[in-house]
Every structure is written in structure tokens, then in C-alpha cells.
Design a protein around this ligand. Structure first.
Ligand code: SF4
Length: 252
């Protein structure tokens, strides 16, 4: 491996959180510095980090969008995922150090730090503890954490107020059938649902009839700022553009 490439890989591997990609920079004008953890989704690494992934979402996963399409990025994400499974406790402790650094960096920039741990995974971070016996939400009680999830159980815990108070979840729609009552229950309880739609970058989301508010999820990634009980539209990117499974909602 060329020296510059191996140095980059080492830097990428030693820093678990990313805070300078297209998603995170959109939050800065709003006053937030976001740190995102990107693992290798579904079972790409040989370990499954998405227990509720569907065939459509795994195939179209954002892993293939943006920087994720580069082999070196994918290699680093696979290595990070294996590092997590080798020692989840150590990994949480290492993440804790990265989060502390993010908080310091945000402070210097006059921004509010926030963290998304499931950038391309769906792990129950609210249950995972570091060497100090604390979850990351407990270790940083004043820090806002947020994620998307495909787990109706985790989303139900969130809308019922059973998640840590500093952890916000948005339910992520997939092509899975028979979910109508689950979606209705989430919206009625004030939870939000995100869906990938077949609208091209730069084009507006279609007008939405009904009383549920539609939020453009591509304007920024700070889902905890969304109104309660809304629908979040995300334009298809990467391999999702070619989706035929129903994961990408055909609205145009
Ligand atoms: S869309 Fe979400 S649940 Fe599906 S594979 Fe990607 S990260 Fe995992």
C-alpha cells in the first residue's frame, strides 16, 4: 500500500467519528458540529450491525453514497466494525475519547456538539457500556445523540419515553410490507418516519396532502430539530437510485 494511503488509513482508523462530510457540514450554519460513526452496514464486515435490515435497504444503503463508494473508505469501515466486535467495551471507551475531542473542537468553534452513532448501522448504543460501566448517553448527559432506526422495538421505546433523554430516534421506512399500523402508531405518538424517495438531487420534494408535516431531510441531518410526528423525505443517493425493491418510495 502506498505510504500516503496507509497514513490516511491509519488516521481514519484511529479516529472513529467523522465530522467533515457533506452531512455534518450542513449542520454548521445552524450552529451544530456533528460527529458521525460510520461502520460497514448489514453484514458487509462478516458481522451484522443491522438486525432489521431488509434486502432493499442493504442493497441501496447509503454506504454506497458519497465517500462510502471509495474502496479505501469501505476497507476502513470494515476494519472499524471488526474492531467493535473484537471488544465492544473497549470500542465504547475509545468512542468516548473521540466524543470528548469533538466537544472540545465544537467549543473552540462556538458550535453545539452532537453525535450520530449509527451513520451506517443500527446498533443499540443505549445498552452498550464502556470500561467505566456507562453508556455514551450516560457519560455525556448534556450531549445530544440521534439516529435513524429500522427497529420498531427501539422506536417504540423512544416514543414511550424509555430511551435516554438525550437520544433522539427517527424511524426509517423500508420496503417491508404490513407496516401501516406501525407507521400510524409512531406518528400518532409523536415519532417521525423517514423515507428515501425517488427525487433527484436539487429537485423539491412533492407536495404532500394531509396534516402530517413533511420535512426535507437533505437540508440538514439534525433530526432532533424536526417537529414531532413528521415525515422526513430523503432523496435517493448512491445505489439507492437504482432501487427496484420498494425501499425507495416512488413519488414522481
Ligand atoms: S439502510 Fe440502515 S439498516 Fe439498512 S443496511 Fe443501511 S444502515 Fe443498515
Amino acid at each position: 500500500m502506498p505510504k500516503r494511503c496507509s497514513q490516511w488509513l491509519y488516521k481514519y482508523m484511529s479516529t472513529l467519528l467523522t465530522s467533515a462530510d457533506a452531512k455534518t457540514t450542513k449542520g454548521e450554519p445552524l450552529g451544530y458540529l456533528t460527529g458521525i460513526l460510520y461502520l460497514a452496514p448489514a453484514n458487509v464486515s462478516g458481522f451484522n450491525v443491522c438486525p432489521n435490515a431488509t434486502a432493499g435497504c442493504a442493497a441501496a444503503c447509503l454506504y454506497s453514497a458519497g465517500r462510502g463508494k471509495f474502496t479505501s473508505v469501505q476497507t476502513a469501515r470494515i476494519a472499524k466494525t471488526r474492531r467493535f466486535f473484537a471488544s465492544p467495551k473497549r470500542f465504547v471507551s475509545d468512542l468516548s475519547k473521540d466524543i470528548a475531542a469533538l466537544v472540545r473542537r465544537a467549543d473552540k468553534k462556538g458550535l453545539i456538539p452532537c453525535v450520530r452513532l449509527n451513520g451506517t448501522s443500527d446498533l443499540p448504543w443505549e445498552k452498550l457500556k464502556g470500561d467505566d460501566g456507562k453508556t455514551l448517553m450516560q457519560a455525556f448527559p448534556h450531549l445530544q445523540f440521534y439516529d435513524y432506526t429500522k427497529s420498531s422495538e427501539r422506536m417504540t421505546e423512544f416514543v414511550n419515553g424509555d430511551m435516554p433523554p438525550n437520544y433522539h430516534l427517527t424511524f426509517s421506512r423500508s420496503e417491508k410490507g404490513g407496516m401501516g399500523s406501525v407507521y400510524a402508531g409512531i406518528l400518532a405518538s409523536g415519532g417521525s418516519i423517514a423515507s428515501v424517495v425517488n427525487i433527484k438531487r436539487g429537485n423539491p420534494l412533492p407536495a404532500f396532502s394531509g396534516s402530517t408535516q413533511l420535512v426535507d431531510g437533505d437540508e440538514h441531518d439534525l433530526r432532533f430539530l424536526d417537529p414531532k410526528g413528521c415525515i422526513v423525505g430523503l432523496r435517493a443517493k448512491g445505489d439507492a437510485i437504482k432501487d427496484t425493491s420498494g425501499f425507495v418510495l416512488q413519488v414522481a
